[in-house]
Design a protein around this ligand. Structure first.
Ligand SMILES: Cc1cc2nc3c(=O)[nH]c(=O)nc-3n(C[C@H](O)[C@H](O)[C@H](O)COP(=O)(O)O)c2cc1C
Length: 186
């Protein structure tokens, strides 16, 4: 048995334990617009749905070593809206590329050669190639330790399909990616 005192970690990394035991995590590939109008795109796996009436998602965005707010959080706080693009197997290269810390004036859509598509209810663009997306408005922002917690109300959703076989979802599994497939219950 492996035992970890998560309040007084010694000889282990609590992040590693947490991300190896809370698995798999969905990935929010978040697109936003800066106040100056530059699109931004980045993945976040500390993410989940937390209410369904009304539908609400939560994304946790770390401030990092220099305690600097990430572009995604800054844009959401300024514009109060964002889109979560669904991550399928065919988009992994672009997801990884968009996680590089580019300066705010650089659009990850351009870096990743991804076409922008207009969203229905928010101004932030969505990833045209994503098989599904959730359009969100900022409901609540909390600062917890060195994290920006973003509660977004889902105001619109689009999907090519709601079937796992067609969506080919990918999750985060201990610093790697994983396929998510249905298992049959008998
Ligand atoms: C699959 C994946 C999941 C990630 N999850 C998170 C997360 O949950 N929270 C976070 O702060 N950063 C996360 N990151 C790192 C951000 O994507 C990265 O810091 C990015 O540069 C932020 O971009 P921005 O400054 O444009 O917002 C993740 C990276 C990858 C590849």
């Amino acid at each position: 048995m492996m035992l970890f005192d998560m309040e007084k970690p010694q000889g282990f990394d609590p992040y590693e334990v947490l991300t190896k035991l809370v698995i798999p995590r969905p990935i929010a590939w978040v697109s936003t617009l800066s106040p100056e109008g530059t699109p931004n795109l980045a993945p976040f796996s500390f993410y989940n749905a937390v209410c369904d009436e009304p539908p609400v998602v939560l994304i946790s965005i770390s401030k990092g070593e220099d305690s600097k707010r990430k572009d995604t959080a800054r844009n959401i706080l300024a514009t109060r809206e964002f889109v979560i693009n669904f991550v399928s197997e065919d988009l992994l290269r672009e997801v990884e590329l968009s996680s590089i810390a580019f300066p705010p004036e650089v659009s990850e859509f351009e870096v990743c050669r991804l076409r922008e598509e207009k969203a229905y209810k928010v101004k932030a663009p969505r990833v045209a190639k994503a098989r599904a997306w959730l359009e969100c408005k900022l409901l609540k922002h909390e600062e917890l330790f060195d994290y920006d917690l973003i509660f977004g109300q889902v105001v619109f959703a689009g999907a090519e399909s709601l079937e796992v076989d067609s969506l080919k979802p990918v999750g985060r599994l201990s610093g790697k990616f994983c396929k998510i497939v249905e298992i049959n219950q008998s």
